[in-house]
Ligand binder design. Structure first.
Ligand code: HEC
Ligand code: HEC
Ligand code: HEC
Ligand code: HEC
Length: 451
């Protein structure tokens, strides 16, 4: 072969070698990526060693099949390390915001109102509560709880609902079920034990969706990562004498729609002893508030922050230590936000400080309104004169409580929380104006005194 011919061919050979290498690198890349993905998949779909029943309530039975999820779930027992407004410690809301004592006067929440802690403590905390008649410091006070109160505490609940029938479960007495409920919030509350698919185990959420004309079986997988939490982290009440657990969502899930619902039902939890106003106690509308925020609008789920994916030895799984995301910053916020931990915590606390300030202002106005109605009653103003005032207080306190009872101190939807608290303050002040008018009208009706 002449030197000339080689020179003519060589550019082609060069290109062929180049493309050959490209293809080889590409193929090796694809294979490696697939292997890695496969490893993660295998990690995710941990081999099932022991087949489990679809409703298996015993968390311990899941341990061998899903050791990583089990171990992280177990850590919900931890109770150290408060954050500024949350964390797993059990502080008293009565100490943190004394308005609670006056606003819940005449109701068990003025006796004891502790902050929530990890899921592992649910049974201990519900049975030890001083709000029960059995534990109440003043034995004549306090109410007997209905069986319905167990609904959000244990994976034994769906089993009992099936055995007893739903209405009988709700209508039962709290202490009658004490021995039958032994496992704290766990696997079968959120999963089908057989397939480990996420599952809605509580009928109340299913029924609340149906009441709004929505089918909960048609939601996306990402929505399920929020809805498993919405089985318990919502506003609810016990409907009728049989204590049927109901979410007040028929008209929608914001406070205006929920207020409309309670007014239509003419529902009352207790009568405030100072102002004789018929009150509604809000529970913990975490899902409702969260739904009004930026994260929900952008398709972020509760699990993205509270149960983020973590890796252990190349295996990716969901962190089942459900807790304040501020204690798990690297796996939660940092996945989506390029902020330092210091900046993120500062941003969250700024939102929470502002919310707490608005909450206190609304609470102060409501306390004044209750006290002034009490004073007006002593002056002799009657129920007819006071009814419009009480109605404003009722609606105002519903709003204050909607934010006070919701977890996260405003973080989940800062603007919505500010709107609702502005409404609470406004209604409380309107009540005070109406009361002043009623007093003046009363004075004008009296014959003028001779001077
Ligand atoms: C974008 C992230 C994010 C999402 C999504 C999110 N949260 Fe939170 N959540 C937070 C932060 C931040 C806090 C405040 C934690 C603190 O104060 O220590 C919080 C607080 C809480 C708390 C109180 C925790 C404590 O330590 O006292 C509960 C309960 C809670 N969230 C439930 C939910 C539920 C239920 C959903 C879905 C409906 C949800 N969260 C969605 C970030 C999130
Ligand atoms: C409060 C609800 C909740 C509880 C309680 C719970 N899980 Fe999960 N689990 C989830 C969510 C949400 C996911 C994420 C599912 C997804 O995105 O597909 C998950 C995922 C899983 C997965 C799939 C792999 C992974 O880690 O993402 C397994 C296995 C699992 N959980 C096992 C358990 C076991 C075992 C328990 C009890 C010890 C348990 N879970 C308790 C909500 C829960
Ligand atoms: C079966 C009902 C139930 C389900 C389902 C449930 N929770 Fe809870 N959650 C509770 C109860 C009850 C508590 C309070 C326990 C206590 O204080 O003893 C609680 C407490 C919490 C706390 C406070 C933890 C702390 O350290 O202060 C967070 C955060 C939380 N839940 C988030 C979630 C998220 C996120 C989901 C969904 C992935 C979820 N929960 C699903 C009932 C539930
Ligand atoms: C799964 C992704 C994801 C996670 C996890 C997440 N966020 Fe976000 N966050 C978003 C998106 C998307 C937005 C909206 C951004 C937009 O539309 O401009 C947002 C917006 C915000 C905003 C409002 C920013 C502004 O001023 O407009 C704050 C504050 C915030 N996130 C804090 C947090 C904190 C704190 C955490 C952890 C507890 C967290 N986020 C976790 C995706 C996430």
């Amino acid at each position: 072969m002449s030197e000339n011919k080689i020179n003519k061919l060589s550019p082609y050979i060069g290109w062929m070698v180049f493309f050959g290498c490209m293809v080889a690198v590409f193929v090796v890349g694809i294979i490696t990526a697939q292997l890695l993905e496969r490893k993660l998949e295998v990690g995710k779909m941990t081999m099932v060693l022991k087949p489990l029943d679809s409703m298996e309530p015993d968390n311990e039975k899941y341990k061998d099949n899903y050791p990583r999820e089990y171990d992280s779930w177990k850590r919900t027992e931890e109770s150290e390390g408060a954050t500024k407004y949350g964390g797993p410690t059990q502080f008293s809301h009565l100490e943190k915001d004394p308005n609670n004592i006056k606003l819940f006067a005449g109701y068990a929440f003025s006796v004891e109102y502790n902050d929530d802690r990890g899921h592992a403590h649910a049974l201990e905390d519900v049975t030890k509560s001083l709000r029960h008649k059995r534990n109440h410091p003043n034995k004549d006070k306090g109410k007997d709880f209905p069986g319905t109160c167990w609904t959000c505490k244990s994976p034994d609940v769906p089993v009992l609902m099936k055995q007893m029938g739903l209405t009988n479960f709700y209508a039962s007495k709290f202490w009658d079920l004490e021995d039958k409920i032994t496992h704290s919030i766990g696997c079968a509350d959120c999963h089908d034990g057989e397939t480990m698919n996420l599952r809605i185990s509580r009928p109340a959420l299913r029924e609340a969706f149906a009441a709004q004309g929505k089918d909960i079986d048609k939601v996306s997988h990402q929505e399920m990562r929020t809805l498993v939490c919405a089985q318990c982290h919502v506003e609810y009440y016990f409907k009728g004498s049989k204590n049927y657990l109901t979410f007040p969502w028929k008209n929608g899930i914001n406070i205006d729609e929920i207020e409309k619902y309670y007014e239509e039902e003419n529902f009352t939890d207790w009568v405030h002893p100072v102002s004789k106003t018929r009150m509604v106690k809000m529970q913990h509308p975490d899902y409702e508030i969260f739904s009004a925020g930026i994260h929900a609008a952008r398709g972020v789920a509760c699990a993205d922050c509270h149960m983020p994916y973590i890796s252990e030895g190349g295996v990716k799984f969901s962190d089942h230590h459900v807790q304040s995301p501020l204690k798990n910053f690297d796996n939660s916020c940092a996945v989506c936000h390029r902020w330092s931990k210091e900046e993120a915590v500062a941003r969250v606390e700024k939102i929470q400080d502002r919310n707490f300030e608005l909450l206190k202002r609304a609470g102060n106005a409501l306390v004044l309104a209750h006290d002034e109605v009490g004073a007006a009653m002593k002056e002799g103003l009657n129920d007819k004169e006071l009814e419009p005032v009480r109605s404003l207080i009722r609606k105002g306190q519903m709003r204050w409580d909607f934010i006070a009872a919701n977890n996260g101190m405003g973080f989940h939807a800062p603007q919505e929380c500010a709107r609702v608290l502005a409404g609470a303050t406004d209604l409380a002040q309107q009540a005070r104006v109406e009361l002043a008018k009623a007093r003046i009208a009363r004075l004008q009706k009296k014959p003028a005194k001779k001077i």
